[in-house]
Design a protein around this ligand. Structure first.
Ligand code: FAD
Ligand code: NAD
Length: 459
């Protein structure tokens, strides 16, 4: 067995692990990142980037199809066709560019990358099974960044026509009929894209509305657009199994059992942390449910062992994992750091997109809530969309902005402004008196702030 040693060993090269590795390397910490699959983790290989590539392709295709008919823009296009295998090859090209970029950045930071599967022996010793045999690594500090995997429903095990997001993002043809179990982030993002690509999509959601963690005001425009796209949505409905012929999903609804005909069944009912089968249990770390418990420095209950990213709980988002990875690298390099973030943006790339930052209205009784419709924003109208709204939640006495949310075309790109406002403790006046360029979607933020101050302009 070969042996090696380092100051910092990171298991997992997803957004949490690779960012931790790059930052630690740049700070001069002798670091090794171990990865069983490809650098970039779920996000770059089978998550954020592939799904956004598919969503973009689906939007372009839907647009091209719309121009085959008479339309107000006066554009005429030929009969549009989609070659999904080619789309997927294009997506794979983007993924390859980004994962190669991560490898290059790790190298440049002088962070060593070891391809192989890690097994924890104790808090300072990890065995890695590589293509060239077993390597035992001794480390001063260990970071667990092993991410998450899709939940599997016992009555709908993955295999055959029952697929997870990973397979859905690499199909070589659009299924004629797609059943989606779970109307959360992944089900809605991929389900909408598949509907635009021509699949007949049915969404089965256990709660009484899609994206149940958000309020109906935010999800209503998304529901309306799903209906426009011909997507059927069963609410308060649970998947209970597959019909014997394998071509239908059995669903329990408040009105009794029904079936949904499907060529593929996509199961997206959440993700579970990757905490098993690599010796983690033997460390007997304090857990928070299925997740690893951490403090405000991402330290676990064992000295010298940190955990970051999806393995530490909700929200399971790439930018949270990256921020944690950055912080832990600085702590290991000797800096005094702790988690001090006020804002954690969350974006659902539905149609229209939903952005949520800070407090929702129902979380702050007595808060002032002011909204501005996208239908009164010139830029949105030039993009042929008038659905959606922007909403600011603020303290009625101090004017302090507590939360900003939006649902509307292009809303994802506003997430940075929302987060900055909350992180910098902006007031309604700060936002109202900041000149926003015209015509842009960002003017909705200024307009909502003006309205909150009783200085309404375009409404
Ligand atoms: P991961 O990215 O899961 O990386 C963990 C890595 O650890 C993996 O590469 C794995 O191979 C490796 N590993 C595990 N065990 C071992 C072991 N024993 N030895 C060696 N290596 C190991 N988030 C967003 O913020 N925006 C989005 O738009 C978005 N879209 C998504 C779309 C989909 C379809 C999915 C599935 C997820 C999406 N997410 C999105 C969530 C995002 O991908 C995750 O939050 C993020 O990847 C978590 O990063 P991580 O570093 O914690 O773990
Ligand atoms: P989710 O938690 O967003 O949604 C799961 C949905 O499935 C819920 O609405 C739940 O009520 C429903 N459900 C559960 N069991 C069910 C059953 N038996 N029948 C019918 N419905 C059922 O989970 P997800 O969509 O799998 O995504 C996992 C995580 O990945 C998210 O929490 C998010 O953190 C991350 N993600 C983020 C993005 C993004 O940032 N844009 C995109 C995709 C995924």
């Amino acid at each position: 067995m070969r042996t090696d040693q380092c100051k910092l060993l990171i298991i997992g090269a997803g957004p949490g692990g690779y960012v931790c590795g790059i930052r630690a390397g740049r700070l001069g910490v002798d670091t090794i990142v171990v990865e069983a699959a490809k650098p970039g983790g779920t996000c770059l290989n089978i998550g954020c980037i592939p799904s956004k590539a598919l969503i973009h392709a689906a939007d372009e295709f839907a647009r091209a199809r719309a121009f085959a008919d008479e339309n107000e823009l006066g554009i005429r296009s030929q009969d549009a066709k989609i070659d999904l295998a080619r789309t997927i090859a294009w997506k794979d090209g983007i993924v390859d560019r980004l994962t190669a970029g991560v490898s290059g950045l790790l190298k440049k930071a002088k962070c060593r990358f070891l391809a192989g599967r890690a097994t924890i022996i104790d808090g300072k010793t990890v065995d890695v099974t590589t293509a060239d045999g077993l390597v035992r690594i001794r480390t001063e500090t260990l970071v667990i960044a092993t991410g998450s995997a899709p939940f599997e429903l016992p009555m709908l095990p993955f295999g055959g026509n029952v697929i997870s997001s990973t397979e859905a993002l690499s199909l070589d043809a659009v299924p004629a009929r797609l059943a989606v179990v779970g109307g959360g982030y992944i089900g809605l993002e991929i389900g909408t894209a598949m509907a635009k690509l021509g699949a007949r999509v049915t969404i089965v959601e256990a709660a009484d509305r899609i994206l149940p963690q958000y309020d109906a005001e935010l999800t209503k425009p998304v529901s309306a657009r799903l209906a426009e796209l011909g997507v059927s949505v069963h609410l308060s409905a649970k998947a209970i199994g597959i019909a014997p012929d394998d071509e239908a999903l059995r669903v329990a609804t408040p009105d009794g059992e029904t079936t949904v005909q499907a060529d593929k069944i996509l199961v997206t009912v959440g993700r579970r942390p990757a905490t098993q089968n690599f010796g983690l249990e033997d460390l007997s770390l304090r857990m928070n449910g299925d997740f690893i418990e951490i403090d405000d420095r991402c330290a676990t209950s064992m000295r010298g062992v940190y955990a970051i990213g999806d393995v530490t709980g909700e929200p399971m988002l790439a930018h949270r994992a990256m921020a944690q990875g950055n912080m832990v690298a600085e702590i290991v390099a000797g800096e005094r750091r702790s988690w001090d973030k006020r804002a954690m943006p969350a974006v659902c790339f539905t149609d229209p997109e939903i952005v949520v930052v800070g407090d929702l209205p129902d979380r702050v009784p007595g808060a002032k809530v002011t909204s501005f419709p996208f239908g009164a924003n010139g830029r949105a109208l030039t993009m042929e969309r008038s659905d959606g709204l922007l909403r600011i939640v603020s303290d009625p006495n101090s004017e302090l902005v507590l939360g900003i949310q939006a649902v509307g075309v292009g809303a994802s790109e506003l997430a940075g402004e929302f987060a900055l406002a909350i992180e910098m403790a902006a007031t309604l006046t700060d936002i109202a008196d900041t000149i926003h360029a015209h015509p842009t979607l960002g003017e909705t933020v200024q307009e909502a702030a003006l309205k909150g101050l009783g200085r309404n302009l375009h409404i």
